[in-house]
Design a protein around this ligand. Structure first.
Ligand SMILES: [Zn+2]
Length: 299
């Protein structure tokens, strides 16, 4: 059996929201309910859980209800997914998860420091049984049965600094921490006025995004040659966490984004003939769990 898990200690982080431009304090608290719960302390401690039917995908993945919103949840959600943390309270005094440096590494470092605690509750895995493809114009997301959790992503931009980038890998914690988490979000300078007119990218800067002009990256050196496609994989992991369980299957995305990711997720949740809950087979992401990564820190 593989147990559900929470964090050992509270985590306090704060920073600006890339879209809202608001400064937000974020506290992650251990919880024993086996669920991920959001709490807005600025809205009378209003609580809500993840729900793939209450998601907006305008430049980021946002959880929305009649009287609340939490923007840009995807990078933090990807980290919780990679560490196998399925029980935690995410407390915020504002409407957006801080963007930090544009990558998921600050959340990874905070969780490595806090440590993981196993709970006496079994995890179940979503095991993909049959392939399917969701297409929209030139973009697609498809999924296939597999003995592990894998992602293959391909992006194509008509931009000399990006062009075509492809990467395929098993999403275990080690790969996530070294290959995916440090990759930063990116944006094009020419899109900024239109985004700001929609109330987006108000907190975006060279400190929290890879910024490109018409020809090149203008925000400093990249962290990887294929940083762009790596970040798209990070976004997809964060979005797939909306399925609510670890995944056994191979997801392939081509020129996709948050909206198409979400379409695939809702298709899966609405199509139980394509998958089954399994308590016996697990992806490598859960087999090597936090121990492999935590041990070097403790030495
Ligand atoms: Zn992102």
């Amino acid at each position: 059996m593989i147990e559900k898990s929470t964090i050992q200690k509270e985590i306090h982080l704060s920073g600006i929201g890339v879209h809202s431009g608001n400064n937000v304090d974020l506290i992650l608290k251990p919880s024993y309910t086996g669920q991920i719960l959001f709490r807005r302390t600025d809205l009378d401690n209003l609580e809500f859980s993840l729900d793939s039917k209450k998601i907006e995908t305008l430049s980021s993945t946002s959880l929305t209800g009649e009287d609340y919103k939490i923007q840009t949840i995807e990078h933090l959600m990807a980290v919780l997914y990679a560490f196998g943390i399925d029980s935690v309270i995410i407390e915020l005094n504002g409407n957006e998860i801080p963007i930090m440096d544009g990558s998921a590494s600050p959340f990874v470092q905070a969780i490595l420091k806090a440590g993981i605690k196993l709970l006496p509750e079994k995890k179940k895995v979503i095991k993909i049984l049959k392939p399917f493809i969701i297409e929209e114009k030139e973009a697609s997301v498809s999924f296939y049965p597999d003995s592990d959790f894998k992602i293959s992503y391909c992006i194509e931009y008509d931009h000399p600094a990006i062009q075509r980038q492809e990467l395929s890998l098993s999403i275990n914690l080690k790969n996530f921490v070294t290959e995916i988490a440090p990759a930063r979000t990116f944006g094009f300078l020419k899109d900024v006025p239109a985004l700001r007119a929609q109330g987006l990218a108000l907190g975006g800067s060279f400190d929290n995004a890879v910024v490109l002009d018409e020809k090149k990256v203008i925000s400093g050196p990249l962290r990887y040659t294929k940083e762009f496609v790596r970040h798209k994989i990070l976004d997809l992991i964060g979005d797939l966490s909306l399925l609510g369980s670890p995944i056994l299957g191979h997801f392939k995305a081509h020129k996709a984004g948050h909206a198409l990711h979400l379409k695939a997720i809702n298709f899966i949740l609405d199509s139980p003939e394509f998958w089954v809950y399994d308590e016996k087979s697990f992806p490598s992401s859960l087999m090597n769990s936090a121990d492999d990564i935590l041990k070097p820190e403790e030495k």
